[in-house]
Design a protein around this ligand. Sequence first.
Ligand SMILES: C[S@@+](CC[C@H](N)C(=O)[O-])C[C@H]1O[C@@H](n2cnc3c(N)ncnc32)[C@H](O)[C@@H]1O
Length: 252
Amino acid sequence: MGIEFYDKVAKKFGGYGYSASPRHKSEYPAGEPEKVFKKKLLGLSSKNKIAIDIGCADGKFTLSIAPSFQKVYGIDTSKVNLDVAKSHSKDERSKNVEFSLQDASQASFENSFFDLAYCRRGPSYYKEYYRFLKSKGHYLEIGIGEKDTVELKKIFGRGQGFGKWDKSTLDENLKTLQSLGFKVIFAENYHYFEYYPSYEELDLFLQGVPIFEDFDSEKDRGSLQKYVKKFSTDKGIQLSRHRLVMVMQKVG
Ligand SMILES: C[S@@+](CC[C@H](N)C(=O)[O-])C[C@H]1O[C@@H](n2cnc3c(N)ncnc32)[C@H](O)[C@@H]1O
């Protein structure tokens, strides 16, 4: 995934997480994955623990959980996002947060440095995360599942993870993590729906997310119109979403 994409989005909307969130309603038949993730994370937090937010973007989430830890490091490869993060971390409450421009595939932290590492829809360099976690340390992730916005991608004929919808991302990730020496504490798929009130709101949403990094409101108008026609319901334009939540522990 291009660094340029996240810089571009942060420039346009003033940060990735801070970006204008298009209006939509959500329906969670089996629980809300973001809430599950945050609950698990806070359940493992402690004022004695040092944590890392991998792919922290503009640091909104990092700053929200920092009071529950001794210290939180946020790393990202997008300078524009980190500048936004730093601009939001000048007050007293965020003095235990440190943001730095780093590639998660080769971070500068020494072995066994962190008690806890987490990643919210960021990169998956699990070998590196295993290296910088302490023994018995936890790794938590909320990631994108293979079925995310599948109908939309089919109509567009492209997109993030295009065509890989029959292979379980959760199973693949767990296999990799276990082979490195992590044990599974919790692992779950979440399928849910979002409903957008109008074509314009869905278009705005697609401008700010990496579903199609090259999304172009003009060039993609035909495909989006086709989607809107097919998936309009009395609740709004339906988008099917898929997230996975994992809690792992480093053994050994
Ligand atoms: C989908 S965004 C999620 C941002 C944030 N965690 C959130 O939940 O809002 C993914 C983030 O991962 C960052 N990223 C991608 N590859 C990275 C890498 N190799 N090292 C560090 N950060 C990376 C991107 O710059 C981007 O900010």
